[in-house]
Design a protein around this ligand. Structure first.
Ligand code: F6P
Length: 316
């Protein structure tokens, strides 16, 4: 028999999720299924200067719209989801199930997909049927999928410490297509690694300019792709550093609270990191509208404290 990429007996996502409430397990597994399909579609897409396309039924669809459709279909099938909302179609849509609501960004970083950089999916799960009048503090589970050389999903669950990474087995063994547990993130320590989003804002936000200058003078390592999912994921993997996306007088961060900041922030905090919108955790931002945006910093305690001190909420 062909050797597998992972050790025999490695825990699968299905087994690991036994520790959570059945409806939450169903919802989370629906996202695992959707992300597996999206990973395949991305790998086999063809891209021109305008967009990346793949087959869906008889149609050719842009890959981000296809990812959106795949997630909606899987969530509908789960039966445990009352409401779903996507960054692509930012309304609260009843989808026929009951128990939970899911907000997701189906393909974050879709503008870099033609470059063959890593891109990702982000999602958050809330109890009940509302995705407004809530905050990141109420999240029951959050996840990110990274479609890079390897396909991984990192999830965090209410009541369970840490964030937990699963690898999609993509070999010719009998375990092909399984998700197996490969990593656990519990601490984000100090270290000079920086991912500075919306860098143009240094020109009309003097606090961001001062922070950027601090990183340069102190010889930080630059690691930035322009895809929030891989750029934040590296901080959990390396266990150090900071990711920011900052507002200024004339340029605002495009990061949505519901679809991106809250679920990612939930995973970062579960990994032992800090998050901030300038003064407080991104989990404490009241979500009143699906399309609300925020600036943010994710990373180690001292780095996020320096962001709060130098950048703060002046242009929020
Ligand atoms: O969702 C917005 C996004 O695509 C993020 O994934 C990424 O971090 C950001 O935009 C990049 O913005 P900029 O190119 O301005 O740094």
């Amino acid at each position: 028999m062909m050797q597998s990429q992972v050790r025999a007996g490695t825990t699968t996502a299905e087994e690991w999720l036994d520790q959570c409430e059945p409806g939450l397990k169903k919802t989370t597994l629906a996202m695992f299924r959707a992300c597996k399909e999206i990973a395949y579609k991305i790998r086999t897409a063809s891209c021109d200067k305008m967009a990346c396309f793949n087959e869906f039924g008889d149609e050719q669809l842009a890959i981000d719209l296809l990812a959106n459709t795949v997630i909606f279909e899987n969530l509908k099938d789960a039966g445990s989801v009352a409401t779903a909302s996507s960054e692509e179609t930012p309304t609260e849509d009843p989808i026929g199930g009951s128990g939970y609501s899911v907000a997701f960004d189906p393909l974050d970083g879709s503008s870099i997909i033609d470059t063959n950089f890593a891109v990702g999916t982000i999602w958050g799960v809330w109890a009940g049927s509302k995705l407004t009048g809530i905050s990141g503090r109420d999240i029951k589970s959050g996840g990110i999928a990274i479609y890079g050389p390897r396909t991984t999903i990192t999830i965090a669950l209410d009541g369970i410490e840490g964030a937990h990474e699963f690898l999609l087995i993509d070999d010719f063994s009998s375990r092909h297509g399984e998700w197996v547990k490969t990593n656990e993130f519990t601490t984000i320590g100090e270290g000079k690694l920086v991912a500075p989003g919306n860098l143009r804002a240094t020109q009309d936000n003097e606090g961001y300019a001062a922070l950027y200058d601090y990183w340069l003078k102190n010889m930080y390592q630059l690691r930035y792709t322009g895809g929030m999912v891989p750029d934040v994921n590296q901080i959990m993997i390396k266990g150090k550093g900071i990711f920011v996306n900052v507002n200024s007088k004339n340029t605002k961060s495009k990061i949505r609270v519901l679809y991106e900041a809250a679920p990612m922030g939930y995973i970062v905090e579960k990994s032992g990191g800090k998050t901030s919108e300038g003064e407080k955790s991104v989990l404490d931002i009241p979500i009143t509208e699906t399309e609300q945006t925020t600036q943010l910093a994710f990373g180690s305690a001292n780095e996020v404290a320096r962001f709060e001190e130098l950048v703060g909420r002046k242009y929020l």
